[in-house]
Ligand binder design. Sequence first.
Ligand SMILES: Cc1ncc(COP(=O)(O)O)c(C=O)c1O
Length: 402
Amino acid sequence: MKLDEAKALDRAHLLNLYTPIRMPMVMARGEGARVWDTEGKEYLDFVSGGRAVTGIGHCHPKVTAAICEQARTLIHMSNDFFTMPQLRLAKRLSTLFGGRCFLCNSGAEANEAAIKLARKHGFKTVGPEKSEIVSALKSFHGRTLATLAATGQPKYHKGFQPLPAGFVHVPFNDVEALKGAVNERTCAVLLEPILGESGVYPATPEYLGAARELCDQQGAALILDEVQTGLGRTGKMFAFEHYDIRPDVMTLAKALGGGLPIGAMIAREPVASAFEPGDHASTFGGSALPAAAAVATLDVIESERLPENAARIGKRLAAGLLEMRADGLPVAEVRERGCMIAVDLTAPQAAWVKDECATRGLLINTVGDQMLRLLPPMILTEREADRGLEMLRAVLAAAPRA
Ligand SMILES: Cc1ncc(COP(=O)(O)O)c(C=O)c1O
């Protein structure tokens, strides 16, 4: 399919949501850290499928085999029945985190479930007044109405009010503001351990420590949204492992299905027991096919020691980017946590850099007009990292000076 045909079909048959942000290529095939468009052009994928999903690379043979095998055996039976892939996945996730799971289909759904669980816990332990959720400004938690209300970015709220009530936003990494916001009405503090969509800003240990302490004092749940940071991307299996705390509830999605849509909310006691039969459900949640893919994905992440590779590759990329700054290229600051990297530029040239990188065969992301975001897959080799750096260096060297 040619680009013009794709654009025409998009305009005619899809709601006008993605059109302005779509890159000018029709993607046809992927393997490891590389993808090809319908013209046969090859790209090095430093965005893991665009939004940090294909952490184990595209079409990992072990996950593809598991999907094919499961597709031949049983694709779906609802939660009215037991199915083996779902139970295997739940056991793996529960063992990794130490809790019990609700399986769903996306990050927003996982956060929505976490919000409902925390509300129910507040309701049962105190009453309906214990229902406030405290979250951070600049956070991103999803596009359903409750997760939108939790998302601390007014630009996403505009036009969708009234949003569900009971959400309070505080500046990220501001311990005093958090202390001022958490009180006896708080049922949960919901945080990303590293702000992802806003540009790779890690929580300070003091901030997450204070969140843990305040939740303990008030009998509230600490929910960490690890939809983007979880499953190895930051150099540890979960980002909270970089800190000296454990959340009560953790949410996952993105990398979990190796490319298939699946999400998980995992909760520890006593919060986990707040849900009773009928409180929450999903027709597709934990369906056999994506669950089998997720089990295979976890096998790959563990057996190939991908968190360690993510840490190693992240350091190599950050070092290369800092070298570019030392060489006078327009790099102002680099923030790296494994395969989650943001690059502040010295001028508002992010869109130009992204487009030029794509022309040369490197896919990257932008945040605003002056920040680049790299979310390469955790399977990236040193050679691929160096090739990506080379392309980025050439683009930055050619960037028009402000
Ligand atoms: C931290 C975080 N939470 C939640 C979401 C929403 O996930 P989904 O798009 O799968 O609903 C995202 C998506 O970018 C995210 O980065």
